[in-house]
Design a protein. Structure first.
Length: 403
C-alpha cells in the first residue's frame, strides 16, 4: 500500500513539473510576428477637444509613414491604434484599459492632458506597460510612475523660460496670471509665479482662474484690466479656449503684452480661431514650422502636402514621440528572425525591454527641433522655442534649453 501511495505521489509530482514547465514555456514563448506592431494612443476624438485629437493624429500618421518606409521594426511595419478619451478623465481610463487589455499592446501613448494622465497613471502602473505622454505638468512627474515617460518639456522648465522672457526680454514687472483649473493650468501658473517671486522678487498683481471649456472670460479679463497689469501670462492646454481668450482680450480693450504656453502657438487651432487678434502675442512652443532644420522642414512639407496647412506643436510631439518609441522598439529587440521567419518577443518581456530602452534614450536627434534623452524624471525633452505671432505665422525669437 505504501509502495502504491509512493508511486501515486511521484506520478502527481511529475505531472506538476511537466505542467509547470509547459506553462512557463508558453508564458515566455516567441511567436510569429503579426502583420503590424500596434502602438496605442489615447486622445480626444469626440467632445470639445476633438479637433486637438485629430491634429495630434496627423503627427502620428506622418511618423508611421516615415518609419515604415525605412523598414519598420526589423522588417515589421507599425500601426497606430486610436482610442477616444472623449476629453474626460473617465474616458481616458476606459481608453487605456481597451488598449492594454483588449488590444494587448506592448507600448502606448497616454494623453496630452495632465489631469487625464493623473487619472490613467494607476492603470499604467498596474499593467506595467511603457506609456509616453504629452502632458507637461510637473505634478505628473511627482507621481514617480516608473512606466511613464514625458515627451514634452515639463512645466518647471517652461515656467522658468516664460518668467525669464517676461522680465529680462520684455522688461515687464506689472504682471497678471490667467490659467485653467486643470493640472496643466494650475501647475504652469504655480511654477511661473514661484520663479517670478523667488528669482525676480515680483508679486503678481492678480491671478485669474477659469474652468476649461469656458466661453466667456469677461470677468477674469476685466479684473486683469483693473489691476493695471501690463503683461499677462496664461496657461491652458486647450488651443480652442486660447483662441477665444485672445479674441476677448482685444474686444475688451486690454493693452497688454501676452505670453502663453504652447497651445497659444497652435497655428492650426488657436491662431486660426483668434485670427488677427492673435497678432503680436508670444508663445513657448515645442515646434515651429518656420524653422529651417532638415526634419522641421520634412514634417511641415509632409503636413502641407497631406492636409494643406502648416504643422504645429500638437503635430510635432506625436511625430517626434512616435519616432522615439520606434527607436526604443528597435533597440529593445522585440522582433528577431529565426530560420527565416520574423518572431516577436513575449508581451511582458517586451514591455520590460521597451521600458529599459526608453530609459537608455540619449542624444536621439532624428526628431524635429530638439535632441531627446531620458533624465531622472523620465522626461525626454528639455528645450523650447519662443515665438511671436506675426501675420498669422511664427517668428522665432529664441531657442532655450532647460535642464
Amino acid at each position: 500500500m505504501r509502495s502504491n501511495n509512493r508511486l501515486i505521489l511521484l506520478a502527481l509530482m511529475a505531472i506538476l513539473v511537466v505542467s509547470f514547465g509547459v506553462a512557463s514555456k508558453d508564458a515566455g514563448e516567441w511567436l510569429p510576428a503579426p502583420a503590424y506592431i500596434e502602438i496605442g494612443t489615447a486622445n480626444a476624438f469626440t467632445g470639445p477637444n476633438a479637433l486637438s485629437g485629430e491634429i495630434m493624429k496627423r503627427g502620428h500618421e506622418v511618423a508611421v509613414e516615415k518609419i515604415n518606409a525605412e523598414g519598420g521594426i526589423n522588417g515589421v511595419p507599425i500601426k497606430m491604434v486610436y482610442e477616444d478619451t472623449k476629453g474626460t478623465n473617465e474616458g481616458a481610463v476606459a481608453a487605456l484599459n481597451k488598449l492594454i487589455y483588449d488590444r494587448k499592446l506592448m507600448v502606448t501613448f497616454a494623453t496630452d492632458y495632465s489631469s487625464q494622465n493623473h487619472a490613467v497613471a494607476p492603470v499604467i502602473l498596474k499593467a506595467e506597460i511603457p506609456a509616453v505622454y504629452g502632458g507637461s505638468a510637473w505634478s505628473v512627474r511627482e507621481l514617480k510612475n516608473p512606466w511613464m515617460f514625458g515627451i514634452r518639456t515639463n512645466d518647471k522648465g517652461n515656467a522658468g523660460i516664460m518668467a525669464k522672457f517676461i522680465v529680462e526680454n520684455l522688461k515687464h514687472t506689472k504682471i497678471a496670471a490667467l490659467y485653467s483649473d486643470d493640472a496643466f493650468g494650475q501647475g504652469g501658473f504655480e511654477e511661473t509665479q514661484r520663479v517670478l517671486k523667488e528669482v525676480y522678487g515680483i508679486t503678481l498683481l492678480t491671478t485669474q482662474r477659469f474652468a476649461r471649456g469656458t466661453k466667456d472670460y469677461t470677468a477674469q479679463l476685466l479684473a486683469i484690466k483693473k489691476s493695471g497689469a501690463t503683461c499677462i501670462f496664461s496657461w491652458c492646454p486647450n488651443p480652442e479656449d486660447d483662441g477665444v481668450i485672445l479674441r476677448q482680450v482685444k474686444q475688451l480693450g486690454l493693452d497688454v503684452k501676452f505670453v502663453g504656453g504652447s497651445s497659444y502657438g497652435s497655428l492650426a487651432i488657436c491662431v486660426k480661431i483668434a485670427g488677427a487678434d492673435a497678432e503680436g502675442i508670444f508663445a513657448i512652443v515645442d515646434y515651429t514650422p518656420t524653422g529651417t532644420a532638415q526634419w522641421v522642414k520634412y514634417l511641415n512639407d509632409k503636413i502641407m502636402a497631406k492636409y494643406k496647412e502648416a504643422a504645429d506643436s500638437d503635430m510635432q510631439w506625436p511625430y517626434d514621440g512616435t519616432l522615439v518609441v520606434a527607436d526604443a522598439l528597435r533597440r529593445a529587440g522585440v522582433i528577431k528572425e529565426v530560420n527565416g521567419k520574423k518572431m516577436m518577443m513575449p508581451l511582458e518581456e517586451a514591455r520590460i525591454a521597451i521600458r529599459k530602452a526608453l530609459l537608455e534614450t540619449k542624444d536621439f536627434t532624428a526628431g524635429t527641433t530638439k535632441p531627446y534623452g531620458c533624465d531622472a524624471n523620465q522626461d525626454l525633452s528639455h528645450s523650447m522655442v519662443i515665438v511671436q505671432i506675426v501675420n498669422g505665422s511664427h517668428k522665432v525669437i529664441d531657442v532655450v534649453e532647460f535642464k
